[in-house]
Design a binder for this molecule. Structure first.
Ligand code: ADP
Ligand code: MG
Length: 677
């Protein structure tokens, strides 16, 4: 049985078993799935193709007796010649005096080492007697502990496969193996340890990648189902007719994608289960409109709604636009850190006695003295800006309210599901029609004056521009100084012909408000700003976004900034002023100029960084896989997710014998139990 201790395997005694135990290998099964962490590939090439100073592998026949020299303390040098393609090649080996006895004239040898093309000499790091064949050309390398060697692992695995191959269960239904052309499990195990060729190895890896993802997705989705069915939220009986009218009052009709997302949310609201849903959509895709409609639905069901956003500016802007959109339909209040004294008291009491239907605010919403009368619907905008605790705190202000998280950080959907485990995900993957793609350019700093002239020209047409200035890490103060300097520079350049505004984080709220209003009204032509404009601000007349020192921003941040323009029907421009030093920086600029699609961009971003960087250390909590790599094998993850969904939805585990092994495996499900606790 696979669960037998490793000591049942021929050649594994107590000592080796103990060392293997250190490596986490206790059973036969552990051993079989202890895959190499890398492979050394020895590919034999003709001498003429070997590159000076490269690590190479050659094979040949020993011409004459190796000679051994000792020097220094215990140091030795073994040198000999081998014939390769009819040419004599010199080989040197350091500190391996013992090899002399094994190497005799006439023997064939495969040598790996550093190549010196000028002297036709190889400095040997590894040698093997005999000619290399396919079998030995790819060497598995295991991570090892104690006295365990690669050789010992290989031997043990070989014996284990020989004896136990009939016990290795095939988890995947035949139909999957066929349609994805995956090798069966026992062959794939064997190939992982002893790959015959690169191609075989690739397929074995593909198989385990898919298997790991499928098992993971199945567990996640089963877990979600159980969780979902065990929460009892409030079924919100909203008034469909009133909601329809509300939506008709928008100055546009919803896009198909908006409609679909809205229906998914409404279905959750109607159900007795507590909603926990992530709404993803690129900047400008119209998430706010969807959120507004759902807030309204909740109000018609007699509940209160809350919208939490990360910054005061954004809270104020949302407050204003909601107030306009809702008109007489709802009483809306604003709660931020700057709402103080009497005003704050009034606001709190309005929230508590349900005079307020909707509360828009920042973190101020989750303070202890905020009590809702009947909070039914919670929206957290730019959810990644809040910690898990903060999100939970807001949810706990109500009795199982439905919660909608919104994000414009377009994480590939599958990764989002993986990273945010127990949330459902809706995606708005379509832009409102009539939008022109933003043209993005990458410019050098010495073209700055030309850019300013370009802005002047557009401003004559009544258009406006943002100039976002250098971001200097960890230093708010310097950021602001930069903004101030840039502001003066622009004032000097335009000398009164254009109105320049200045915005940064240190301004008092009413000052920010005033500048923002001036910009929104068109009284200010150019807004010089630190990154505070990053989120949410909506000025449809702004058509130019200039980002200074763009190489200091990450891709998704650049994309967010760019999303501040292109919100109306006029052609918009994004100009990145950057002089990146490294390749990654250049690559980023290139990607920005080539794609406007946030999802595509985020996939590229993921490839440039790792998943940990992408989500931030705190949120990373991503699972580790033996073979699979969430970034690299992203497509397989998506396939597995879809398959898992189909399996769960159609109850295939229970009802289809082809899925029997999978079911047995999952029933073992310790992972499920852990997550539920
Ligand atoms: P997001 O929050 O996703 O970045 P917003 O909701 O702020 O996007 O919408 C961006 C702009 O597009 C707003 O001016 C909004 O009024 C407008 N808008 C939203 N939905 C539509 C639509 N279906 N058709 C046209 N314009 C829309
Ligand atoms: Mg928004």
């Amino acid at each position: 049985m696979l669960s037998d201790p490793v000591t049942v395997i021929k050649g594994i005694g107590e000592k080796l078993a103990a060392d293997l135990g250190e490596m986490g290998i206790h059973t036969v099964e552990d051993l079989l799935y202890y895959f190499p962490y890398r492979y050394d590939v020895f590919e034999i090439k003709p001498l003429s193709e070997l590159i000076h100073e490269d690590k190479v592998t050659i094979e040949g026949r020993i011409i004459h007796e190796p000679s051994l020299n000792f020097y220094g303390k215990k140091k030795s040098r073994l040198s000999f010649s081998i014939e390769v393609e009819g040419v004599a090649v010199k080989a040197v080996m350091f500190n391996r005096a013992f090899a002399k006895k094994q190497l005799n004239p006439g023997d064939t040898l495969t040598l790996t080492g550093k190549w010196d093309a000028h002297r036709l000499q190889i400095t040997v790091s590894n040698y093997k007697k005999g000619l290399a064949n396919q079998q030995s050309a790819i060497q598995p390398m295991y991570s090892l502990k104690g006295d365990v060697t690669n050789y010992k692992v290989k031997k043990a695995v070989r014996n284990a496969i020989k004896t136990y191959q009939d016990d290795v269960p095939e988890l995947l239904p035949e139909q999957y193996l066929e349609s994805y052309k995956l090798p069966n499990r026992v062959n794939a195990v064997s190939t992982m340890h002893f790959p015959g060729s690169r191609v075989d190895l690739k397929h074995a890896r593909r198989r385990f990648t898919y298997e790991e993802f499928l098992l993971f997705q199945l567990k996640m989705q089963m877990l979600r189902k159980i969780k979902r069915e065990s929460t009892t939220g409030n079924a919100q009986h909203y008034e469909s007719a009133a909601l329809g009218k509300f939506i008709d009052s928008f100055p546009f009709s919803l896009t198909k994608a908006q409609g679909k997302a809205m229906n998914q949310i409404l279905a959750d609201m109607k159900s007795p289960y507590r909603m926990s849903r992530l709404l993803q959509g690129d900047v400008g895709s119209g998430k706010t409109a969807v959120a507004e409609a759902c807030l309204y639905a909740s109000i018609t069901a007699g509940k209160q709604g809350a919208l939490m956003v990360p910054t005061e500016i954004l809270a104020e802007q949302h407050f204003q636009s909601l107030t306009e959109t809702f008109g007489q339909r709802a009483s809306i209040v604003l709660l931020t850190g700057s709402v103080k004294g009497k005003k704050r008291k009034e606001t709190l009491s309005a929230i508590e006695n349900h005079e307020a239907d909707i509360v828009v605010g920042t973190h101020a919403l989750i303070q202890d003295d905020v009590f809702f009368n009947d909070l039914g619907f919670v929206i957290v905008d730019e959810q990644h800006r809040f910690g898990v605790e903060q999100r939970r705190a807001l949810r706990e202000k109500g009795l199982n309210p439905d919660v909608l998280f919104m994000t414009a950080t377009p994480i590939p959907r599958t990764l989002a599901i993986t990273a945010f485990g127990d949330m459902d995900v809706s995606v708005i993957d379509e832009m409102p029609s009539g939008r022109k793609a933003i043209e993005t350019y990458w410019a050098k700093e010495n073209t700055f004056e030309r850019i300013l002239q370009f802005i002047a020209k557009r401003a004559e047409q009544g258009e406006q521009a943002y100039v976002v200035c250098p971001l200097i890490e960890e230093s708010d103060k310097l950021d602001i100084q930069n903004a101030v300097d840039l502001y003066h520079q622009l004032e000097g350049f335009y000398s009164g012909s254009l109105q320049i505004g200045l915005m940064h984080g240190r301004l008092a709220t009413d000052e920010k408000d005033a500048v923002m209003k001036q910009f929104a009204n068109g009284d200010v032509d150019i807004l010089v700003s630190t990154t505070v404009v990053e989120v949410g601000v909506n000025v449809t007349n702004a058509t130019i976004m200039v980002i200074y020192d763009a190489e200091r921003f990450g891709l998704s941040q650049l994309h967010q900034l760019r999303g501040r323009v292109g919100r109306g029907e006029k052609q918009s421009y994004c100009i990145l002023i950057a002089d990146p030093k490294g390749e990654t920086g250049k690559e980023r600029m290139r990607i920005m100029t080539e794609t406007n699609n946030g999802f595509e961009l985020s996939e590229q971003d993921l490839k440039l960084r790792g998943p940990g960087d992408f989500f931030g250390k705190k949120q990373s909590g991503l699972p580790e896989f033996r073979v699979a790599d969430m970034i690299h094998d992203y497509k397989a993850l998506e396939t597995a997710r879809q398959d898992a969904e189909e399996i769960i939805e159609n109850g295939l585990l229970e009802n289809n014998s082809a899925f029997r092994q999978l079911q047995i495996y999952l029933e073992d499900g310790t992972v499920l139990q852990e997550k539920l606790d």
